[in-house]
Ligand binder design. Structure first.
Ligand SMILES: NC(=O)c1ccc[n+]([C@@H]2O[C@H](COP(=O)([O-])OP(=O)(O)OC[C@H]3O[C@@H](n4cnc5c(N)ncnc54)[C@H](OP(=O)(O)O)[C@@H]3O)[C@@H](O)[C@H]2O)c1
Length: 252
């Protein structure tokens, strides 16, 4: 199958990003496997096979982002699909500590600014920085799409509802970083209205990955399914959506 569409997936050396990269390649897309550690990216690209190429990309490092954009311009002359998947859930949690205990020490009243800034640097400012660098390349595509990978835990509408059972887990670090990501994605959607560049926001299901110490309940294939579906939408596919698992809309 010829690989014609050019995609960049950030944080694609493991987890959801790797699964998305794998399935895009299986569907004929040429995929740049973004990885902050190039060696890990090369190993992931080798596992995927022809159609996948590693690219060094740390979303918190402007020099890395600029170099990646220059390389894409030189080698491909455009970008058709940008999947902003890279993300972290914490910056200093003891890997053996449970999530409820971590939530108690990262409430609005006691959160460490260092912890919060580190997570927002990747999940929020990193996404905006990659958007700014890649937008000129997306503008050169005849059918461009941006897919930002967020989380249902960032839904303000859901967490503002007193009957939502998990709202005690809503804190300033990861959940609020995803709420901020949702807000800047809405800003991208509004900015690009009428340009032909589509923007979609997606949440994977609760998937067993490094992000949650493999506590997720879904397999990598099932948990990534909605991200893959949206990334593969064609020119007639919708823009401005926020969906999850099984193509269900998430309230903003
Ligand atoms: N798993 C879930 O249940 C779930 C649910 C909802 C949303 N999500 C979202 O899905 C996305 C993927 O998460 P995952 O579950 O697949 O986690 P993961 O397995 O930990 O993968 C995260 C990826 O992001 C990369 N990354 C982290 N910081 C980066 C940086 N500064 N620059 C570039 N890449 C960076 C990681 O690279 P390294 O390998 O170098 O660390 C890794 O490749 C995240 O945005 C996450 O918030 C996940």
């Amino acid at each position: 199958m010829p690989h014609t569409r050019i995609a960049l997936v950030t944080g694609a050396n493991q987890g959801v990003g790797l699964q998305v990269a794998k399935e895009l390649v299986a569907n004929g897309v040429t995929v740049l496997v973004g990885s902050r550690n190039l060696t890990k990216g090369e190993a992931a690209a080798a596992r995927i096979g022809p159609g996948a190429t590693a690219i060094q990309l740390d979303v918190t490092d402007n020099a890395s982002i600029t170099a990646a954009a220059e390389r894409i311009r030189t080698e491909f002359g455009r970008l058709d699909l940008l999947v902003q998947n890279a993300g972290i859930s914490n910056a200093g949690r003891d890997p053996n500590a449970n999530i409820e205990d971590y939530a108690k020490t990262t409430r609005a009243s006691n959160v460490s600014f260092q912890e919060m800034r580190a997570v927002w640097e990747t999940n929020v400012f990193g996404v905006l920085a990659v958007y700014q660098a890649m937008l000129p390349l997306l503008r050169l595509s005849s059918d461009a799409r941006i897919v930002n990978v967020s989380s249902g835990v960032g839904s303000l509408a859901t967490n503002a509802n007193p009957s939502f059972g998990y709202r005690r887990m809503f804190g300033p670090v990861y959940p609020a970083s995803k709420a901020a990501l949702n807000a800047i994605t809405l800003a991208m959607m509004i900015e690009l209205e009428g340009t032909g560049i589509k923007v979609n926001l997606v949440s994977p299901a609760f998937t067993a990955t490094n992000l949650n110490n493999y506590a997720g309940t879904e397999s990598i294939e099932d948990g990534s399914r909605e991200v893959v579906r949206v990334a593969l939408l064609g020119p007639d596919g919708p823009t401005g959506t926020f969906t999850r698992w099984e193509n269900t809309t998430i309230p903003w």
